[in-house]
Design a protein around this ligand. Structure first.
Ligand SMILES: CC(C)(COP(=O)(O)OP(=O)(O)OC[C@H]1O[C@@H](n2cnc3c(N)ncnc32)[C@H](O)[C@@H]1OP(=O)(O)O)[C@@H](O)C(=O)NCCC(=O)NCCS
Length: 150
C-alpha cells in the first residue's frame, strides 16, 4: 500500500507493517516505546491500564517489533478521547502515526461514537490536523498537584 500525503509526500512503506487492534504488548515492549520518545514507563500497573482502554491500535514490523501505538478511552456511546500516540523515532515520518490514529477513529466510529477528542501541546497540533481533527482550546491538570479548593 502507498499513500500520498496532503503535501505530496509519498508513504511507500506501510505495507511492511502489521496493524493490530487491541494487541497486548508486554510491559517491556510498551516501556521501550515510551522511553524511546522520552516519556516515563507505563509502570507495574500497566495491565490495568490496558484493561481500561476502549480500543488500542498499534503497528509492528514484520519481525514482530512494536513501533507505533495509540489508545482510546470512551463512554462507548457518544464520546472518545485519544491518548498517547507514540511512534518510535526510527520510524517517524512514514505515516505510521496517522495510520494508528485513523484506525483508532474508525474502530470507535464502528461502535457508534460520534465525537472524537484530543488535546496536545501546540507543536503537535499540525499532526492532529493531518489526522482530521479541528483544533480548539482544551484543558489539562495534574491531580497530584491540583489544589481543589483554589
Ligand atoms: C507526533 C508523532 C506521533 C507523529 O508520528 P509520525 O509517524 O512521525 O507522523 P506521520 O508520519 O504519520 O505524519 C502525518 C502527517 O503529520 C505531519 N506531522 C507529523 N508530526 C508533526 C508535528 N509535530 N507538527 C506538524 N505536523 C506534523 C507529517 O508531516 C505528515 O504530514 P504530511 O501528510 O503532509 O506529510 C511522533 O512524532 C511521535 O511519536 N512523537 C513523540 C511522542 C508524541 O509527542 N506524541 C504526541 C503526543 S500529543
Amino acid at each position: 500500500m502507498s499513500r500520498a500525503g496532503d503535501a505530496g509526500v509519498l508513504y511507500v512503506d506501510l505495507e511492511r507493517f502489521e496493524f493490530r487492534i487491541d494487541a497486548r504488548p508486554s510491559r517491556q515492549e510498551l516501556d521501550q516505546l515510551c522511553l524511546a520518545v522520552g516519556w516515563s514507563e507505563f509502570g507495574a500497573d500497566y495491565p490495568a491500564v490496558l484493561d481500561g482502554y476502549s480500543v488500542t491500535t498499534s503497528a509492528w514490523t514484520t519481525g514482530g517489533r512494536l513501533v507505533a501505538w495509540t489508545s482510546v478511552v470512551s463512554d462507548n456511546v457518544h464520546h472518545a478521547f485519544l491518548l498517547d500516540v507514540i511512534v518510535h523515532p526510527e520510524f517517524q515520518g512514514r505515516g505510521l502515526g496517522r495510520e494508528v490514529v485513523v484506525r483508532a477513529i474508525e474502530a470507535m466510529r464502528r461502535k457508534g461514537v460520534t465525537a472524537f477528542h484530543v488535546d496536545c501541546a501546540p507543536d503537535r497540533a499540525g499532526f492532529y490536523e493531518k489526522c482530521g481533527f479541528k483544533m480548539c482550546a482544551g484543558g489539562w491538570l495534574d491531580t497530584r498537584t491540583h489544589n481543589a479548593t483554589a
